[in-house]
Structures are given as C-alpha cells and as structure tokens.
Write a protein that binds this ligand. Sequence first.
Ligand code: NAD
Length: 252
Amino acid sequence: MTMNNHSKWVVLTGATRGIGRAIAGHLAQAGYDLILPTRDPATAEHVALELKMLGARAVVYPCDLSIAQQVEDFAKTVLKEMGTPYGFVSCAGMTCDGLSFQLDIAKVQKTFQVNLFSTMQLTGQFAMPMGRAGGGRIVLISSVSAWLGNRGNAAYAATKGGLQAYMKSVLEEFSRRGVTINAVLPGFINTDMTQGRDEWIERMSKRIPAQRVGTPDDVANAVGFLLAPGASYINGAELAVDGGMSATLGLN
Ligand code: NAD
C-alpha cells in the first residue's frame, strides 16, 4: 500500500546499484521522492527513470563522495534548490581489503572519506534544517563488520564502527528536535561488492542461521521501516540484517 509520503524528499547515496538501488525502489514505492548524489550520473539517470515509473519524483546530482569539497557543494545546492529533505540515507560505500600491516594509507583515507567523512558532512548539513523543519530521519548503512572482527577487514570495519559511534553523539544533539538517526548493519548481502567470492559465500551461508546470504531487498525493507512515521521512537538502534549471524558463534 502506498503511504502518504508525498513531498517527503529523501537524499540517498549509492543508489546506482546493489543495496542502494533496492532502497531507492522500495522508498519510491512507499511514496517518497528521491535526491540521488552520484559519481555515475548516466546510471543514476536510468535509476531515476525507473523511480519515476513507480510514481516518485527523482533528481540526480553529480557528486563524488571521495572529494570532500564536492560533498559540501552538493549539500548546499540541495538545501538551496530542493529545500530541507525529510530523510538522509547514507548507503554508498567502498571496501578496503588488506591485512592491517599491509594497508595502503591513501586507499584507507579514501575509504574513510567515502564511508564515514562524507556521511558526517551530509549529516552535519542536513540534521539542523531537519530539526528546524519539525523532524527528519537519518539512516546509516553500516555493517556487522563494526561488531565482528574479520581478517583483512580492519580498515573497512573501522569506518563502519566510526559511523555507529558518530551516530550516538549526533542523536544526543538532535533527538529533542524530532530527528532520529539509526544504523542498519547488513551481514553478507549478494551485490557487486561480494561478486567473485562465490566459494566463500557458499561456505559462509552454511554458518548463517538463515542458511543463506541476504538480498538487497532484505536491507531495503529495514530502511523503509526506519523511515516510516511509526518508527519515530526508534533512535540510535543498530539493526543487524544478517540472517542471525551476529547473534551466534557461527560454529555450526
Ligand atoms: P556496491 O558496491 O554494489 O554499491 C556501492 C554504491 O556506492 C554504488 O552506487 C557506488 O557508485 C557508490 N559509491 C562508491 N564510491 C562512491 C563515491 N566515491 N562517490 C559516490 N558514490 C560512490 O555496494 P553494496 O553491496 O550495495 O553496499 C552498499 C552499502 O552496504 C555500503 O555502505 C556497504 O559498505 C554496505 N554493506 C554491504 C554488505 C554486502 O554484503 N554487500 C555488507 C555490509 C555492509
């Protein structure tokens, strides 16, 4: 059923594929309109067309999240041209595989900028106007890597742990203004990010209580729930979408 969310603009990063693309479709079907910052405008325009076919409005803004100045410019332009968004979903992300003693610091810095710093920049620009407008919703796509160690994942995990620590202090600043901020922690989700790891995914599936890896729709459903009006009392949650993986020792 379509909710009455018209004129509720949601800024969504990472909508061109994978989890972000599923979130975009889910939110469009729920009646939200989408603002899509992207480093790949051609693909994003294609996604925007799909969203329009679902009855949503969708606008694309070129923005490479790895370049801090572009992120600042994007946020200011959106506030000027589109007004205050109702929601911000931070979904764009990149991996940074490598053992801790072999990490390339330039790649680590870029990963922090894309996964964490750009999210801090956009939250910093949008949260106060949302509060002044009577409230809003921020959802950060983190990862169970923030909770669970995994060899070769130290830098990526640090960006995601940073998101969750950041969330808790932002919450203290804005909850009295009706702005909620929550994190969704996907486990193993089948997307481009996990492509080429089929054997590993099959092995891991057997250790996930649900006995399968997740789908982008599994994550999109959780994001839709946190954006909905009925979720106004959920704040600072770290919601794992992982088939029960992080609740268990994974020994089976
Ligand atoms: P993906 O690689 O399929 O998509 C990543 C998206 O981020 C793409 O739209 C890409 O264009 C965008 N992006 C990356 N760098 C960017 C930049 N510099 N500027 C602008 N956009 C940029 O990844 P996914 O699997 O869909 O992951 C989405 C989110 O979920 C990420 O934050 C990821 O860390 C998180 N996550 C994924 C999994 C998984 O198993 N796939 C597990 C845990 C968390």
